[in-house]
Design a binder for this molecule. Structure first.
Ligand code: SAH
Ligand code: SF4
Length: 383
């Protein structure tokens, strides 16, 4: 008779509260959770046998019922500008070797004095924004908390620390594949691990959740956490936004902005970043800039203009440099803080909205041919 093998609990999926519950259910004192977190996140040790301040019997029990499982690296690529992209196989428990590939993508953007990691929250996305390649791919599944936290763990492991022991990843943005607020249940504990001083210990300003505007979840978020918020606005009126970001038909701009200002009030936050993808001839005219300025005037808001990143099979074109500069100037003249996002890593398909995770037919095909990027084999020493 075959015994039923219970899946072991991936500890990367438990925030401090859940881990405390887990260890007490095993008959241990609550402070064991603190020790475990220190091993996992400060010392980056994943083998229970090495956790020498835990009793041997507890370590053996942990090895039987728990694990630390990371997403598997399918490929790692470095752009000529230093941006690094990983294609990962999500680490869901109990999946057989024959289950379809569950690829997600993660991108690291090094800049002087900081390193930003862009992580995914879902495999695919159901929101169907018309300019986004993840949206075009459709929705496959939610990532678990362990798969979200595992991305940050893995990036820190691969990138190592500098000579002073500082971590490479100083900022995390949930701007990869997926709509994080559509996976609220798993994203919330992941945020808690990112900001917990016993874990990654990132300050609330260094963790940014980007949403296309799921208004009810934005109100919940204001109750439950205090990370920075970015909102994918992309249009200054409902007629246009209805076309670009379909969730707008359910939660129009007025409602969305009320939720934004509520979030700031509730969290005593500094400001909200409004992302605005620049689409040639669609949303990039001077009258759009003026309409946008009217929406945001007098508010704690920043606009981040994102030059559209094209992908195969999409009808849009990137706005010209002149159109972007004019749009930026107009916002500036109307006293709106505005920045233009520099396109990074587009030679390796790592730019915003190019994260589609179709490993076999798109990414590797591209990497193998015309990319300037360097493909690093999983497990290889980094260049
Ligand atoms: N789903 C969330 C977070 C992931 S998308 C959201 O929509 O906010 C991260 C950012 O990339 C969003 O602002 C999104 O609108 C933008 N984006 C999507 N496709 C893009 C493309 N092709 N070019 C430029 N930016 C894009
Ligand atoms: Fe989903 Fe964001 Fe892409 Fe829209 S822009 S389809 S919400 S990932």
């Amino acid at each position: 008779m075959n015994a039923v093998v219970e899946a072991r609990t991936n500890l990367l999926g438990l925030d401090r509260a859940a881990l405390t519950e887990f260890v007490t259910a095993l008959g241990e004192k609550p402070f064991r959770a603190r020790q475990l977190l220190t091993w996992l996140y400060k010392r980056r040790v994943s083998d229970f046998a090495e956790m020498t301040d835990l009793a041997k019997s507890f370590r053996e029990r942990l090895a039987a019922v728990a694990e630390v499982r990371l997403p598997e690296i399918l490929s790692e690529t470095v752009s000529h500008d230093g941006t690094r992209k990983w294609v990962l196989r999500a680490a869901a428990a109990g999946e057989s070797a024959t289950s379809p590939l569950q690829a997600i993508e993660m991108v690291f953007i090094p800049e002087p004095g900081r390193g930003t990691l862009c992580i995914s929250s879902q495999v695919g996305c159901a929101m169907d924004c018309s300019f986004c390649s993840t949206g075009a791919q459709g929705f496959n599944r939610n990532l678990s908390t362990a798969e979200i936290v595992g991305q940050v763990w893995l990036a820190n492991q691969r990138l190592g620390a500098d000579d002073d022991g500082a971590r490479a990843v100083t900022n995390v943005v949930l701007m990869g594949m997926g709509e994080p607020l559509a996976n609220y249940k798993n994203v919330l504990p992941a945020l808690s691990v990112l900001m917990d001083d016993l874990c990654f210990d990132l300050s609330r300003r260094r963790v940014t959740l980007s949403t296309s505007g799921l208004v009810p979840q934005m109100y919940r978020l204001a109750e439950d956490t205090n990370c920075a918020l970015a909102v994918s606005l992309h249009a200054p009126n409902d007629a246009l936004r209805d076309q670009l970001v379909p969730i707008n038909r359910r939660h129009p701009i007025k409602e969305l902005l009320e939720a934004c200002w509520h979030y700031l009030d509730a969290q005593n936050g500094r400001s909200i970043t409004f992302e605005y993808v620049m689409l040639d001839g669609i949303n990039d005219r001077p009258e759009h800039a003026i309409e946008l300025a009217r929406l945001l005037r007098g508010r704690e808001a920043k606009v981040n203009l994102i030059p559209f990143n094209p992908f195969p099979g999409n009808q849009y074109r990137r706005s010209s440099r002149e159109a972007i500069a004019r749009f930026c100037d107009l916002l500036h003249e109307h006293a709106i803080t505005v920045t233009v996002r520099r396109t990074r890593g587009d030679d390796i398909d790592a730019a915003c909205g190019q994260l589609a995770g179709q490993v076999e037919d798109r990414v590797t095909a591209r990497l193998g041919s015309k990319s300037f990027g360097v493909v690093v084999q999983p497990g290889a020493v980094l260049p």
